[in-house]
Design a protein around this ligand. Structure first.
Ligand code: GLN
Length: 452
């Protein structure tokens, strides 16, 4: 049924870069056979899932939304995909994304933008807009995203779906094509909080193949989502970040958020204002740290090891071929990040830019730690604005970067964050974000499920 749905609507939505029809049908038949043989199957057995094209899939094309990896079929599965298979899910295919996960709209995909099913002249968010659009268009009931600065939560917010960024290190980066290794976090996307929790439980937990993976079990996010669904939040203290108030969320977004805050109060939560004075520096710090790590990570795309090779006519030097390959293979936003990062890391500027940004990161982490001494979780709108029209922010990178104003702080800190639908503004979905302390992912599921 989902493959039929994809065939019917994806020409318009462009959520998928690759549909693995044969693989999906084979996986579904395999689950059927195991069920018939009396095997004990988990809660997600037979459930279709769409996977962001940033994760390697054995034998199935993985492009990361870039021309430079066009045609690459990885020889191995990422840990997330291995765990999806072990859980008996059925992988439908790979979803569209901004090139190398750099962007907030999918307009930086080398394969054309995805469209928001609520209004196909608008963006579905990014970088994981394909996964969110697939959910909103009922092409898949579950999807996987990755969140470096907001790429799971922001697409969730603007498509009226749920997106959760786990604690950094709570989900494995093995086989996740790297953008910014100290921030990249794969995680679940779904249409309900409980579905997201079930998916989170299936993919999370320690992985010895990822050196930053946390050697501890995933908190019981499924029980927390069920607890939240009872609608009782008595005893829960939630903080609203003072500094986000003045930062210019659209009036309609603020109104929907305030209504949700009233609901949370009625459900028994205590709401307090909390000052996090360094959050205002999160966006500039992120746009030094993420490009710096990107410039280092993307050095491996040299025309020799993976994918595209251009200009190798037998007469050109290695350096010329490398440069021609990178010129042809990378899009403008990726090139901008590589240049920014190379500059910020250069010996003359390292202290002034990268070094300073790392100090700011520490101060932001301290803001979170101090806040969580007073409250169980922080809440905010997920994004400052609803889904914008295609093309509206492509000419000014800073306008695009603003989409992640409220999501970036928790990436720099490393704690979990979830976006849950909280109403409409001008007929378009608005998301509420819940941020929790590291390894307290269960808390955010409880609050988000109560609101649903
Ligand atoms: N939009 C942000 C960026 O362009 C975040 C991307 C992400 O989370 N992958 O870097």
């Amino acid at each position: 049924a989902h493959l039929d749905r994809i065939a019917a609507v994806d020409g318009r939505v462009n959520a998928f870069l690759h549909v693995d029809t044969e693989g999906a049908l084979a996986a579904a038949r395999d689950v059927d056979a195991r069920r018939a043989a009396g095997a004990e199957l988990g809660p997600l057995a037979g459930v279709p899932v769409a996977v962001k094209d940033v994760l390697t899939t054995k034998g199935v094309p993985t492009t990361v939304g870039s021309k430079i990896l066009e045609g690459w079929r990885p020889p191995y599965d990422s840990t997330i995909v291995q765990r999806l298979r072990a859980a008996g899910t059925v992988m439908l295919g790979k979803t569209n994304m901004d090139e190398f996960a750099m962007g907030s709209s999918t307009e930086y995909s080398a394969y054309g933008p995805s469209r928001n099913p609520w209004d196909t002249d608008r963006i579905p968010g990014g970088s994981g807009g394909g996964s969110a659009a697939a959910l909103a268009a009922y092409e898949a009931p579950l999807a996987i995203g990755s969140d470096t600065g907001g790429s799971i939560r922001q697409p969730g917010a603007v498509t009226g779906t749920v997106g959760a960024k786990p604690t950094y290190g709570g989900t494995s980066r093995y086989g996740l094509v790297a953008f910014s290794s100290s921030l990249d976090t794969p995680g679940p996307c779904a249409r309900t909080v409980l579905d997201a929790a079930l998916l989170h439980a299936a993919i999370g937990g320690h992985d010895p193949r990822d050196s930053t993976s946390i050697p501890a079990p995933v908190p019981d996010v499924v029980a927390a989502a069920k607890l939240g669904a009872t609608g009782d939040l008595s005893g829960v203290r939630l903080g609203i970040v003072t500094e986000f108030g003045g930062e210019g969320a659209e009036p309609g977004v603020t109104a929907a958020f305030n209504e949700a805050v009233d609901t949370l109060t009625k459900l028994g939560a205590e709401i307090v204002e909390i000052s996090c004075p360094h959050f205002r520096y999160a966006l500039p710090a992120y746009y030094l740290i993420a490009p710096s790590e990107c410039s280092s990570n993307l050095a491996r795309f040299d025309g020799v090891r993976f994918g595209l090779r251009t200009g190798d006519d037998g007469n050109r030097s290695l350096e010329e071929v490398m440069s021609l390959t990178r010129e042809a293979g990378f899009g403008p936003e990726v090139k901008r990040r590589i240049m920014l990062g190379t500059y910020a890391l250069s010996s003359g500027y390292y202290d002034a830019y990268y070094g300073q940004a790392q100090k700011v990161r520490t101060l932001i982490t301290r803001d979170f730690t101090a806040a969580f001494e007073r409250v169980d979780a922080l809440i905010s709108p997920t994004t400052p604005f609803v889904a914008f029209p295609l093309g509206a922010r492509t000419s000014d990178p800073y306008q695009m970067y603003l989409a992640d104003l409220f999501t970036i702080p928790s990436n720099l800190y490393g704690g979990p964050g979830i976006s849950v639908p909280c109403g409409l503004s001008e007929g378009l979905p608005v998301g509420l974000q819940v941020m929790a302390p590291t390894m307290a992912d269960d808390r955010m599921y409880r609050v988000a499920a109560a609101l649903e």
